[in-house]
Every structure is written in C-alpha cells, then in structure tokens.
Design a protein around this ligand. Sequence first.
Ligand code: ZN
Length: 306
Amino acid sequence: MRKFQVTVLGCGSAVPTSWHNPSSQMVQYDNRQFLVDCGEGTQMQMIRYKVKYAKLDHIFITHLHGDHFFGLIGLMNTLHLMRREKTLHLYAPKDLDEIIRTQLRLTNTTLFYPLEFHALEDYGKSAVLYEDKHLTISSFPLKHSIAVWGFLFTEKPLPLNIDKNFIEEYKPAIEQIKAIKQGEDYVTPEGKVIPNNQITIPPPLSRSFAYCSDTAYLESTADYVKGVDLLYHESTFDDSREELANITLHTTAAQAARVALNAGAKKLLLGHYSARFKKDAEILQKEAREIFPEAYLSNEGETYEI
Ligand SMILES: [Zn+2]
C-alpha cells in the first residue's frame, strides 16, 4: 500500500499561545506532499518536527483568516532562497493572489520559481481541484464569517489483484492481464470464459482524508465526507460554549463528533483549540467520545496513518 499520512504542524486557533501553533497540516501520499493551511510559524514547525518539503508542489489554503495563511509568505521566500525551480501550485481564495503579489512587489522579490495560482470559487458543491493517477483532491463548502472551503483527499480505486495460480496455469499476455485487472473476464484460446471474480482478488478499499477548517456545524458536511477514513474537524470550543461557537461560526467538539458519526467516518481528529484550553483540552476529547468513540485530540508533530 502506498504511504498515505498526515502530520499536524499546528492545531491551535487564532490567539497565539506557547503550547499550540496555528493551523497547518502536511499530507503525504506516496512520494507527493500537500500542505493544507499555513499559519504563522509553519516552516519553523517543519524544521522542528523534521518534516521535509522537497516534494511539496501543492498548497491549499482554506480561508483568509490570518491563522490559516500568515506563514505562507515566509515559506515561499525560503523556497525562493533555496533556488527552487519547480512550479508551486497554490489553491486559495482569490484575494490571496493580490496579497502575495503585493508582498513580493514591495519587498522587491522576484520568485526564483513559477507560482501558479488556482483561485477557489463558490462552487456550492464538491469540486475537483487536483487529480493524478492515484489521488483526487476536491473542495467542498463550509460556513464561516468569510468564504471557506474544506478539502477531501481520495485515493482512486486500486486495480484488482490477479490470482497467482491462474497466471501460472493460463499464462495470460500482458494486455490480457491489464484487461483482467480492469474487471474483464478471461477467454481461453479454446473460447472458454472464466469469470473475472474467479481469478481476481478484490483490492484494499481506497482511503480518504478530509480537512474541515473553521466552520459552523453543518449537516451537509457529513454528506461531502461520507465514509472517510480520517476526518479532521475543527473543534474550537467545548459544550459549555456552544452559543459562542454558534455566534462565531465555529464548532464544538460534540458537533464535530456528530459530523463524524453521520459521515460514518472511521476516525476523528479534533483541533483548532481555543486559547482557553491549555493542557486541559481533554474535555474536548471526552465530549466528542460520548457521541463518536473514535475521536482523538490532534497534536503538533504527530503523524496519523490513513
Ligand atoms: Zn482559524
């Protein structure tokens, strides 16, 4: 199985604390890296936790609140100083393009590498942003005081595995092997049809990861992330501050758990903790687990397999 994991670089919210960094996560699939959000200090977190970024070509920013992108210009400048030559793709709300270009222009910086900006739009539904042979990354709508997008990483269905005994006995040609892996039956030189399901083994189920950044509780989120293996969902507040969560368009841990439950997620990661929680964020995990037992507090420097 290909490597599919996420490393949390920051799981605090907007008010700075010495115990959490603002939002950022590095997703790795096979030999590719994808950064989701880039709060202040993200590159320092990468250094601290030895997260390399040589394979990083795509950065996704959920929304334009500073705790989700103030680290971006610093990281981009470092890539420039390192004489990066590969194109860097940035998927973000459209105004970030202007912010970055202004920062570069007024600091007299001409990036050493090409920057390709992909402006997120108000699709009102799920939309594919990135696709390669093995992975699809799509956005879906969330709800906050400013335009915001969630991101879903989905592994493409893996091909069928062919039974070794069949290959030894019938010695199919390469083209026939390819066809069988795609689900076709095998026809012997004598014209006998061997059904596909008798000569193949189902592949492991394709895996997925969803990132739900700052958002009010939404029923629709569960539909967008149905059956996800790992769901990161913000959980800024505990139950006692549900009203504050509603007013500020954030989510409580219990509401995040409800999304995970309704989605049929396998595991829930909590984060974007209010600065109120110091070492006592366990209350969030406790409240979430009453609804969804597979809920865990995320933490900086930890890597979660998907
Ligand atoms: Zn935030």
